[in-house]
Design a protein. Structure first.
Lengths: 670, 268
């Protein structure tokens, strides 16, 4: 571990990642790709291909917004670019640009059945390179599209075979991918063909012939065959020495192949990305082709065989550029021995043992809580009238306390280290905050919120028995956008269905042409009832409501503090005078203790939907027993135990919605 | 006609080891609270904690003392208990105690908390005899005849010991993952041991040590034939002494020793 990093943590005992090292569960492991320096690609001789996305000027778009050209940034080779000159309006085979990931995305278009995206070099590049060469490619395999092994899809499709996904093909002159091609092959989310890899996983294949790889690609050596790819960004390095015929293949710093072979020997006529020819096309030209969903971040080519140190320097350049925050601290999720570089956490093998996924090794326990408060400004108009001014789209602040109870000492140390490491993350973009923490919240809050840790509270009961509470927040969820709601999921976002049986506290969104009536509604009737037309959310005998109909606990307080003017005099008793109208504006808190999961979900969805400033009706309990308008600027929720939640809400009465209240009472005397 | 099940011998097992048990009790309790609403109505009974079961058994030791019956050990693992067609997979030991008094067999008491489900079969049907003759000869069971307590620090002062009671216990604290009712960890806390010793007049005059007199004892538990079954150790402080005498009775004194176990932290 670096001296600097060591000073940033309050704990000790952080281990460096190394091969031939034993690690215990909950060890904190500092991972660095390569301890040497990186090198700028143009500073190494022999650079002939450099396709990067450092600036958008490096790509050109056609009229439909697709990429028609990717400029070669290698000095002296500016005319040898990746293009697609075959695209037509009906068959647009050009890739797209993903601005979120800053990548070129090649995938099959569902709307264009026969079309897959690709870029390739033209005659300028063809035949250019025949000697020693190497490629460094940063890509992300997204998904293997379609294809079902030996599956008869029926007429007109016939038998469907699994597909290859080509990473690069440097022998574009060859119709089939028999030389100079690196591909992945495996299983997609729908079906598993390849028995060597798990569902959704891929493995590398090189220079395959059409009959190979249908069930299990031919092994080259154990290390290569054991390499697996998941949907994850990868750096592959392909090093070919045409003099000795030595061939090296490296994936994320791990050497998979180092042997004398004809791989990548016969052809280096050009470069094709996104797809290549496929021998299965004859069986079914709709589904079977060498194409998939694959994204490219950067491609570098040299006309030489670099030294081992130069390989590491280039790989480190790409790692630092494209693997932001993939270095640093990892947690060991089990005991293991790192025997080679495949155990690095950026590799598939290593990712099974070293993780930054806090949810995979620590349990959030009961007592987790959430606090919400609006940042809306209250603008007073006098006479009890006011309005809420929402000054930004993130008006609702949401703070969460995540409780980790019952931790051993070793677990506590691990969690504290992980917590501190989140403050070492770097921003992904120039104007972004540093990277958020990938963590789930707790019921019923969504699991894809951008979470930032704020503070950690450690407490010890005795040796090996500790509690850690992490306070965090979700600052980028806007309640003005339904996707920013924190209470999401099918149970609270589904549309009203006239044929569905409803249970008390069910939440449903009612779509209608009236913007005044289109909203979330809460079912208040008896359980398991299919409502009639009259009983639907806007029916005359509706069993749904938009009121805050939840009954608070038996012990509640609603204070009444009327507004008046009290004038104090020095020598006499004070004078009390009326202060306009709407003298009483209620300000009270209600508690909803020990509520079930379902009722808590309904309450929290209601409050989430009101975003801290929207007005709604509530029936005050006896003895008040009156319907008033309120809004809820603050509420908090504690997940107390299984099927048991405590919720408290602050409610402020809102005057002004009822027209009869509005009148002037100002006497002007001359 | 009513149907009764009479047990002449209990087939009680822990981790499939047969125990010469004289009684087993299983119970459970919920932790619920009524929820009353503002209009006075009753909404529900809300769970405040999980259902906690209790298993209590008395048994005679007939062989080596098993390691899973040490409440103060570092292991927090549960044991599997089987009794009367009921299997409980997650039993967490809380207490082990016994009393040795003259001429009496030593019956040990063990108490467990348990969580989760019972795996039951109808114990009124398919009754079968034990797989083998598990009735132990009476001279094979733990007995006071040869068992004794050794005052290693020589602080008792008794010339004769009438009997002693030993207890070893801890608190079990369950921790639950959100949304679950079976704990992922049942931690041990507040581990302690205690022994009380009854003897004759104690020949000690310096008995008012404010920090308690240091005492280290070994308790040798043997069967009737002098076979050693286990040695319990307590290394603590004498926290109380007493002498009592009554008409037509003998003078008897007693002392109690307590030990709080303090495991060290370990983050290496």
């Amino acid at each position: 571990m670096s001296e600097f990093l060591n000073t940033q943590f309050s704990i000790t005992g952080i281990k460096d990642f190394d091969i031939n090292q034993n690690y215990d569960q909950y060890d904190l492991v500092d991972y660095e790709f390569y301890t040497g320096n990186s090198v700028y690609p143009a500073n190494l001789s022999g650079l002939y291909a450099w396709f990067n996305l450092d600036t958008l000027n490096n790509i050109e778009f056609d009229g439909s917004g697709k990429i028609s050209l990717w400029y070669n940034s290698a000095p002296g080779f500016s005319e040898q670019n990746l293009v697609n000159v075959d695209a037509t309006v009906a068959l647009d085979s050009r890739p797209t640009y993903d601005s979120n990931r800053n990548s070129v995305v090649c995938q099959r278009s569902l709307g264009e059945i026969f079309s897959y995206n690709q870029l390739y070099t033209t005659q300028n590049f063809s035949g250019f390179l025949t000697g020693d060469r190497c490629w460094f490619v940063v890509f992300e395999y997204d998904d293997l599209k379609n294809g079902l092994f030996n599956y008869d899809a029926g007429s007109p499709y016939g038998v469907i075979y699994p597909n290859y996904s080509t990473i690069i093909n440097t022998d574009s002159a060859n119709a089939y991918v028999t030389s100079g091609a690196l591909m992945v092959y495996g299983n997609n989310i729908e079906y598993s063909w390849n028995t060597s890899v798990p569902k959704e996983a891929q493995q590398f294949i090189i220079d395959t012939i059409t009959s190979n790889g249908i069930v299990s690609p031919p092994p080259i050596n154990s290390s290569f065959s054991a390499s697996k790819l998941l949907k994850k960004k990868s750096i592959v390095s392909i090093i070919k020495n045409n003099t000795t015929n030595n061939f090296k293949l490296r994936n994320n710093g791990c050497e998979l192949l180092n042997l004398t072979s004809n791989y990548f020997y016969s052809g280096a006529a050009g470069l094709r990305i996104g797809t290549a020819g496929n021998g299965h096309v004859g069986a079914n030209n709709i589904w079977n082709y060498d194409a998939s969903a694959i994204s490219y971040y950067e491609i570098i080519g040299y006309s030489k065989t670099p030294t081992d140190e130069q390989i590491l320097q280039i790989e480190k350049y790409l790692f630092e550029k494209h693997f932001m925050n993939d270095d640093g601290l990892y947690m060991a999720n089990q005991d293991f021995t790192s025997s080679d570089y495949s155990y690095a956490p950026i590799n598939i093998t290593g990712s099974r043992y070293l993780t930054k996924n806090i949810d995979s090794i620590f349990n959030k326990t009961y007592g987790c809580s959430a606090n919400f408060a609006t940042k809306a400004s209250k603008m007073q108009y006098g006479d009890g009238y006011y309005t809420n001014v929402v000054s930004n789209i993130n008006n609702l602040t949401s703070d969460f306390k995540l409780v980790y109870d019952g931790l051993t000492d070793i677990q506590s140390k691990c969690l504290i280290g992980f917590f501190q490491n989140t403050f070492e993350y770097e921003p992904i973009g120039l104007i972004d905050s540093y990277q958020s923490v990938d963590i789930d919240l707790f019921y019923p809050y969504k699991n894809n919120a951008k979470i930032y840790f704020n503070s950690l509270d450690y407490s010890s009961k005795e040796a090996n028995l500790n509690t850690i509470t992490i306070t965090c927040n979700s600052p980028y969820d806007s309640n003005l956008d339904y996707k920013g709601f924190l209470v999401t999921g099918d149970n609270v976002t589904r549309l009203f269905d006239q044929n569905k049986a409803y249970f008390k506290d069910d939440v449903s969104f009612f779509k209608t042409t009236s913007s005044l009536l289109e909203d979330y509604y809460w079912y208040t009737g008896t359980d398991n009832k299919i409502v009639s037309i009259d009983e639907n959310p806007t029916g005359v005998n509706s069993l749904f409501t938009r009121k805050f109909y939840f009954k608070p606990d038996l012990n509640f307080q609603i204070p009444v503090n009327p507004r008046y003017v009290k004038t104090e005099y020095a020598m006499t008793a004070p004078v009390y005078e009326n202060d306009g109208i709407n003298k009483t504006v209620l300000d009270f808190n209600l508690n909803f203790s020990n509520r079930s999961d379902k009722e808590a979900l309904a309450i929290l969805k209601f409050l989430d939907n009101k975003a801290g400033f929207k007005i709604f009706e509530i029936d005050l309990p006896d003895p008040y027993n009156k319907t008033i308008n309120v809004y809820c600027p603050e509420w908090n929720h504690t997940y107390k135990f299984y099927n048991n939640h405590d919720i408290s809400v602050k409610l402020l009465e809102f005057k002004g919605l009822t027209s009869s209240d509005i009148y002037f009472n100002t006497l002007i005397s001359l | 006609m009513s149907k009764f099940i009479k047990y002449e011998n209990l087939d009680f097992r822990i981790n499939n080891d047969i125990f010469y048990s004289t009684s087993v009790q299983i119970s459970l309790r919920t932790n619920i609270e009524p929820v009353l609403l503002s209009d006075g109505s009753l909404l529900r009974y809300a769970p405040q904690g999980t259902v906690v079961g209790n298993l209590n058994t008395e048994f005679f030791l007939t062989g080596a003392y098993p390691s899973y019956l040490i409440p103060t050990s570092n292991s927090e693992n549960p044991v599997n208990a089987l009794f009367a067609g009921i299997q409980i997979e997650n039993c967490y030991l809380k207490t082990v105690s016994f009393k040795a008094s003259q001429f009496s067999p030593i019956s040990l008491n063990a108490e467990f908390d348990w969580f989760g489900k019972l795996n039951t079969v109808d114990s009124t049907n398919n009754l079968k005899q034990f797989y083998f003759n598990r009735n132990q000869p009476l001279d094979n069971i733990s007995h006071s005849n040869r068992s004794y307590i050794s005052d290693l620090t020589n602080v008792f002062g008794f010339s004769e010991i009438f009997g002693f009671q030993y207890s070893e216990q801890c608190e079990r604290i369950p921790f639950f993952k959100n949304g679950e009712t079976v704990p992922f960890r049942v931690a041990k806390s507040n581990k302690n041991k205690s022994v009380s010793v009854d003897g004759n007049f104690f020949k000690q005059n310096n008995v008012s040590d404010v920090e308690g007199k240091i005492s280290n004892c070994d308790l040798y538990i043997k069967d009737y034939n002098n076979n050693l079954l286990n040695i319990f150790n307590i290394s603590g402080r004498i926290e109380s002494r007493g002498i009592n005498a009554s008409n037509n009775g003998i003078l008897q004194s007693n002392l109690a020793i307590t030990q709080r176990l303090a495991p060290l932290r370990n983050t290496l």
